[in-house]
Structure formats: structure tokens, C-alpha cells
Design a protein around this ligand. Sequence first.
Ligand code: ADP
Ligand code: MG
Length: 376
Amino acid sequence: MKLDPKALRYLSKDDFRTLVAVEMGMKNHEFVPVSLICNIANLKFGGGKKAIQNLHKFKLLFHDARKYDGYKLTYLGYDFLALKTLVSRDVISYVGNQIGVGKESDIYVVANDNNEEFVLKLHRLGRTSFKTIKNNRDYLKHRKSASWLYLSRLSALKEYAYMKALYDNGFPVPQPIDYNRHCIVMSRVRGYPMTQIMELRHPSKVYSDLMNLIVRLASYGLIHGDFNEFNILINDEEELTLIDFPQMVSTSHLNAEMYFDRDVQCIRTYFEKRFNFIGEKYPKFSDAVKQYDLDVQVNASGFTREFEKDFETLNQEQNELDFSSDDDNNDSDSEDEEEVEGQEKEIVDEKEINNDQDKEQESSQEEDEDEEDEDQ
Ligand code: ADP
Ligand code: MG
């Protein structure tokens, strides 16, 4: 799916208001009935229905007339809500090229009005699991499933919170700029993923920088959990930047030692294979003693312990679903996904992460009232 920001221009204030109404309705409905959408959007003279048609035309809403009388957000619809918020906060003004597509994210270069470039990461958790959900429907019948909206939001919030705490403590990570819903805006790192590097001038220095980074993280009570050549960017001076934090684990986690060793081993194996460098010295978990605590700072960004627990449980459920599926076809054709997703009738059970969207709805209502006042 391509994120085409041009359609942003074709959408009116009423369209956005209606899009927010669908999002709000999705807290309690998988498919939000038209009457409820119109009710929440509260537009004059049947404006709601017209807006719904428009949003559907631009594929921001999904509708399956054969099965359900109602609409739900597509990934694109959700992207637009977040983009609109980030644009209205003057954080970004342009969306440029896509520079990365992972299993669980899409990465774009974006810019603000001053032509400063940033990176936008859209979290897409649950993207691969809808086909799996179809295959496991019996298994799912008696329980609620996590919605992709909620999972993706939690994942973005977690990444933002950790990136901020790490950045504030001088770790080599991108500078977090802002986040909304499932999106994060961060500074653009000039460098390449290490997987693209064929040769290093100073392999031994880079190796020990990486090991020191793992140890320093542990001294703050953290293990990256996915410390590999794809998540380490390196520039021409062979300076490193660490990215990708949604899977961070605490050093007090039950399996902390396994995660720690896995991160260390990942680098050793890669250095041997790619650079013919054998890392004889490497840290052990027992040497990496926790000295500082980042919990308070991570909590301060809104990623509380309660969310951490939710995220862990839901993620684990998703993974179990992924593993128990024999369908390895992970193509991301949105139509197809939506079709399959549409068969899943579970009701979304989500907690409020922040009340941005309520605020948006309120503020757009206030604007309308102002306009009405002017009309009189
Ligand atoms: P995923 O969770 O899908 O693995 P990552 O955060 O690892 O997503 O990003 C995927 C790719 O996007 C990276 O390998 C890198 O090439 C690029 N990328 C991500 N963040 C940045 C950034 N701040 N600056 C430059 N490139 C980035
Ligand atoms: Mg990654």
C-alpha cells in the first residue's frame, strides 16, 4: 500500500470529522454503523453520508455490503488521521519517498515547511496476522482479539518512549520529534544499515563500540532484543546509531540473560561472517550490572507499566497465531487483508492511550460553533 499524501488535499473538514467519528466508533464496533458515524460526526443536512462516500472512494474506509452494514478504517484511513494531526502541529508538511518496509512498519522521508528532513515510521502490527486469524478462527471464537489499531498504537508509543529516554541519556539513537497514533517522527540518520556495508576500516573498533553499547544499555536496565545489522546504522566515519525499539526488554525480565546473549551473539556471528573478524572478547550478562533506571522516564512519555503488560500479552498472542499458521504468504495487498480481516467479528477491546482524538473531535466541534456564531 502506498501512502499518497495528495489525497489529503481532496478531503474537507467534514470528511476528516467523519473519519475521526469512525475511529471513535471503532472503540466499540468492528464495523461502525452509518447512523452512529453520522451521530458522532454531527454534520448538517446529511453531510455525514456524503463524507462517508467520499472517504470510501479514497479507500480510507472499508465496507463490505454483503456482510456488514457499516464501515471501518483502513490502514490508509488511520495513516491519514495521524498525518493530519502531525501536519496541523506543523511537525511535517511533506511526505517523500518510502525508504523502508519491514514486516511491521513502513518508513518514509518527510519534511517540514523549512525543508528539514525527518523520518516517519508507521507501525503496522497485526499486518500479517489477519490471514492467520482466518485460519485460526475456531481457536479465536471464544476470545477477544487485539485490534491492529490498538497494537500499532502501543508499539509506536513504546518505541517513542524508549527512544526519548535513550536520547535524553546520550545514547546514539535518532532524536524523537513527535508521535501520534501509530506514527513516530524522528530525526533522519545519515548512514546506512550495517547490512549494506561490505568492508569496515576499523572492524575491531566498531565491534567494541557495539559491545559497549549493549553493556551500556544493560547498565540502564535494558536489552534491545533485536540488536542486529538491520537495526544498526553506520555513517562514513563508522559512527553508529541504534534504531527500532518496540521489542526492548528489561534486564529484570525472566529470560533477560537469553535476550542479552542473543544480542551479543548476533553481532559476533555477523562480524565473523561478513568481516572475517572473530570477537574474542564479549560481555556476559552477569558482568553487565544495572546502575541506572530508565523506567521513570519511559513512564513519563506515557508508556506505563499497564500498557507494557498489555503490549506483551497481545504481542505474544499475535506471535502464537503467526507460528501456528501454515500460511506463510505475507503479502500486504490491502484489499485482500481487509477482506480477510472483515471475517473476524471479534469486538475491539482497547484502552485509551491518549485522548488526542477526543480533543480533535472537540476542537473541530468548537470551530463549527464559532462558524455558526459568525453566521448569525
Ligand atoms: P522495522 O521495525 O520495520 O524493522 P526499522 O525502525 O528497523 O523498522 O527501520 C527500517 C529501515 O528504515 C532501517 O533499516 C533503515 O534503513 C530505515 N530507517 C529507520 N529509521 C531511520 C532513521 N531515523 N534514519 C534513517 N533511516 C532510518
Ligand atoms: Mg528493524
